[in-house]
Design a protein around this ligand. Structure first.
Ligand code: COA
Length: 504
């Protein structure tokens, strides 16, 4: 297959084209691979697929480092093939989740801005082979990534060898969208020169020493589209509470109608919130986020957003066709960066982001669990939520007030795992309303959280817990023997609801 050979602009590299099967034989047992890919976008596809095939006749295990979750079912296929020894920093696949929770391999759940720093500091294994999807390799020695940048720059810098997958399913017109900035070591570093969402501070591709490129695979496979999650009544309510809160910030002069650069996680609530902005009075908005979903492009098309920066573009099938076939019309308003820069605490604090992320559960004092079900089972990982929550101007967490038909309350006396401490959480939002926790002591937060965010069927029991706990005193009153009793009851009885109520 030679389709795409003209996308290798350096003459001496053209004879390094190999099949994915041949490249897969270069991978040795115990190696660490750095794969491009972030939330379904821009993943190296052919080599992992060939590795899975090779595992049918040969036993080996490798460490898989990526940007975040992979598309094309790669996480599922690699987990099923049993070829993973360690995986980091994030995943979102059902099968992989199950295998992680069965303890089949190690999963390192890491802040997404930290991986690059740890590779640079040599505090983790270095990358043996980086596998990066690209639209082309330029004459001046740049790998131009496709629809995500993720950790690819760090992987290429750290790796002993690089394999490039040139994917002709992605338009060459994507060139010019990326901005790759490499940080110096800690202690030898200048401030990152990014002061506005739209600043370009780096190169248009990943600079690479051609001698490091061991092979080039020519591919033609689109990214997996993201499922469309249309807003339901509850996510619409959450979006409207959140927009009401932002409007009140404008009324009080703390924000203008341009708000501040917005960050949002992926999923149904994020989509609903961004759709809600379409009908709002806010204008000239900026997005400084990890992932851009369909709604951001709708906002650009409607003239509401005039600049969007991210490290990955994850779209539904229709939107993918529309955006990537006409990428030139977005180029002035779109920048794809490394995840180290999209999620960098220095930038998040400097720009003063409004950050919206999702919780699994929150407690009556404002601690948030985004990763562990019943304190034990990994859901997906912390992703970028910690990078943003600790450093944002406004750290907002959203969730539905109940899960599993009401048998789980998302507001509990004590969260069963803490990802975002009470110190990193400003606003909590459920379909019931929002609680503004800024400047409040733990005891002051309780009633706001329970009355504004908890489901009515759990409010009284939550208040009873607090009243009883208060009798023991403390800055943050708790009864340790009862604090996790809601979770243990759920494990035992299948519900957090008061048993007397359930049985009556
Ligand atoms: N206890 C147990 N299970 C719960 C729960 C709780 N308190 N709250 C929700 N769930 C279950 C839901 O029932 C659902 O289960 P199902 O898949 O069997 O239907 C599942 O968790 C997902 O819940 P859902 O309401 O659909 O939320 P979501 O798809 O928006 O995902 C997170 C929520 C928290 C898992 C997800 O946002 C996440 O992984 N966040 C962490 C990473 C992150 O924030 N990244 C973005 C940074 S840019």
């Amino acid at each position: 297959m030679t389709q795409g050979i003209n996308r290798i602009e350096q003459q001496e590299l053209k004879n390094r084209v190999v099949s994915a099967e041949e490249a897969a034989t270069w991978i040795e047992d115990g190696m660490t691979l750095g794969l491009s890919g972030f939330t379904r976008a821009g993943d190296a596809k052919a080599l992992p697929q060939a590795l899975v095939k090779r595992s049918q006749t040969e036993k080996f295990k490798v460490d898989i480092f990526t940007g975040a979750s992979l598309g094309s079912d790669l996480d599922k296929m690699m987990a099923e093939a049993g070829i993973i020894r360690k995986r980091l920093p994030f995943q979102a696949d059902n099968v992989m989740r199950k295998r992680i929770n069965q303890g089949e391999f190690d999963f390192v759940d890491q802040h997404l801005s930290h991986t690059a720093e740890m590779l640079r500091n040599h505090t983790m294994e270095q990358i043996d082979v980086a596998v990066v999807e690209a639209i082309k390799i330029t004459e001046d020695g740049m790998i131009i990534p496709t629809t995500s940048v993720g950790n690819s720059l760090s992987f290429v810098e750290s790796a002993s060898e690089v394999i490039v997958e040139i994917n002709t399913a992605q338009p060459e017109a994507l060139e010019g969208v990326h901005d790759l900035f490499s940080l110096a070591k800690q202690g030898e570093r200048q401030p990152i020169p990014l002061t506005k969402t739209g600043d370009r501070i780096g190169t248009r591709g990943i600079p690479v020493d051609p001698d490091k490129i061991k092979g080039i695979i020519l591919t033609n496979q689109a990214d997996s589209p993201s499922p469309i999650v249309p807003p339901d009544d509850e996510t619409k309510q959450m979006a409207s509470h959140l927009i009401r809160f932002l409007e009140s910030e404008v009324e009080q002069g703390r924000l203008t109608k341009e708000l501040a650069p917005l960050q949002s996680g992926i999923g149904s609530v994020a989509n609903a919130v961004f759709h809600g902005l379409l009908e709002s009075d806010f204008e000239n908005l900026k997005v400084y986020s990890e992932v851009l979903q369909d709604a951001v492009f709708d906002l650009i098309d409607a003239g509401k957003v005039n600049m969007a920066s991210c490290c990955s573009i994850t779209l539904s099938e229709d939107k993918m066709n529309q955006v990537f076939n006409d990428i030139d019309q977005y180029k002035d308003q779109l920048i794809l960066r490394t995840q180290e820069i999209s999620n960098h605490p220095e930038i998040i604090r400097r720009l003063g982001l409004i950050s919206i992320n999702t919780a699994l559960e929150m407690d009556i004092y404002g601690n948030v669990n985004s990763t562990h079900v019943l304190g034990r089972n990994m859901m997906n990982g912390i992703g970028g939520s910690g990078d943003f929550a600790r450093n944002a101007r406004l750290s907002i967490f959203v969730t539905k007030s109940i899960a599993k038909n009401g048998d789980i309350s998302s507001v509990v006396p004590m969260v069963s795992h803490v990802d975002h401490t009470e110190h990193d959480v400003d606003i909590l939002v459920t379909e019931q309303g929002y609680a503004d926790l800024r400047g409040l002591a733990p005891r002051q937060r309780v009633e706001k959280i329970i009355q504004n965010c908890a489901h009515p069927m759990y409010r009284e029991t939550l208040m009873n817990y607090f009243e009883e706990a208060k009798e023991r005193g403390g800055q943050t009153p708790h009864m340790l023997e009862k604090a996790l009793s809601w979770h243990t009851q759920f494990e035992r009885e299948g519900t957090m609801r008061p048993l007397a109520e359930v049985k009556s």
